[in-house]
Design a protein around this ligand. Sequence first.
Ligand code: ATP
Ligand code: MG
Length: 394
Amino acid sequence: MSQFKEILLIKNGELALKGLNRGTFEAVLLKNLRYRLRPLGKFGLRKAQSTIYIEPLEAGTDLDEVSDRVAQVFGISAFSRAMVVEKEMGAILEGAASYLAEALQQARSFKVEARRADKSFPLGSPEICAQVGEYLLERFPHLRVDVHAPELTVWIEIRDFAAYIHAPQRAGAGGMPVGTGGRAAILISGGIDSPVAAYMMAKRGVELTAVHFASPPYTSERAEMKVVSLLEQVAAYAGRIDLRIVPFTHIQEEIQRKCPEDLFTLIMRRFMMRIAARVARSADCGALVTGESVGQVASQTIPALACTDAAADLPVFRPVIGMDKEEIIAIARRIGTFETSIQPYEDCCTVFTPRHPRTRPKLEMVEQAEEALDIETLIEEALAGIRRQMVHSR
Ligand code: ATP
Ligand code: MG
């Protein structure tokens, strides 16, 4: 535990604010921060002087964990973890030397930057920099000052209620606060791509409802738990996710029984789109999201994607459409979904995969094949069997 009084500072200049009302943006961001920090203790969150202050109110709060969580909240491009001291030069000098001792020891060169928001403070920024610089040189004689390319920058900020000392900022997750970008329904499988697609939409401020198609007994309860576990990881970024599990077995059996094998996957995907679009509308979502990428499998050629889209009466977003598998995997690793995604559980798609799927399907051909099915009844039946679960981040 730290012996210093510390807080987190998120400055407005670092909010990725574009085209949105600042008040809405900040209100949503504060709400999202509260949601993510609640399990870690009590915090005072307030906004003043175009800065959000996160102050732990309980002794023993783990600020490393707080920082890690703040780094996952969209709408923040950078933040600082700072020591709080009295607005008095003696306290500032002593604070800088002790709080940043380890970093100062490791650096060979440094500089001091000062900001004085409280104009009643007796020294100006240049004087603060000079005094702090001089004091640190005395205490850490191996250091030299380098104002152009220092290894370490020491920040001193004199604000309304206190002075703050910090080293360089840490990168935030960027993006927009979740909830400022409308709602969309993510079609989530247990694979690598769809959790990444979900993350990417959440990054643009989009709140997610998730739709998963399960085909018991061909797919197991463990496969469903894998999806929940993936969504728990995505929820660290996306906030809570409303998950709908749709029974898909009967539809798949009907397609297998009544449609040509080479169109099986495509017809199945068109059912997914129709059902997901119905769920989306009922959940106030304006779009569907999938983890498809051009050419990855037979159902992801452009003609196949066109046939899939034709069944959805909502826009379909595919944030990883132009990415290589390696690029998708790199994101999956970074957001912590990869290890779960590669666990070997069967998916409803893999269970019924045709031997020779058609890669250049024609829509008329597909529609004709679908005439063998009672589409509306199958959809109604699936919708009636939906189970619902709210997924929270761990
Ligand atoms: P992923 O890695 O996301 O599973 P994939 O490359 O394996 O993708 P497909 O299995 O063809 O590709 O699925 C393409 C997309 O269709 C997925 O990214 C997902 O959005 C959706 N999808 C596939 N299976 C399901 C399912 N069982 N439930 C809901 N959506 C699904
Ligand atoms: Mg898949």
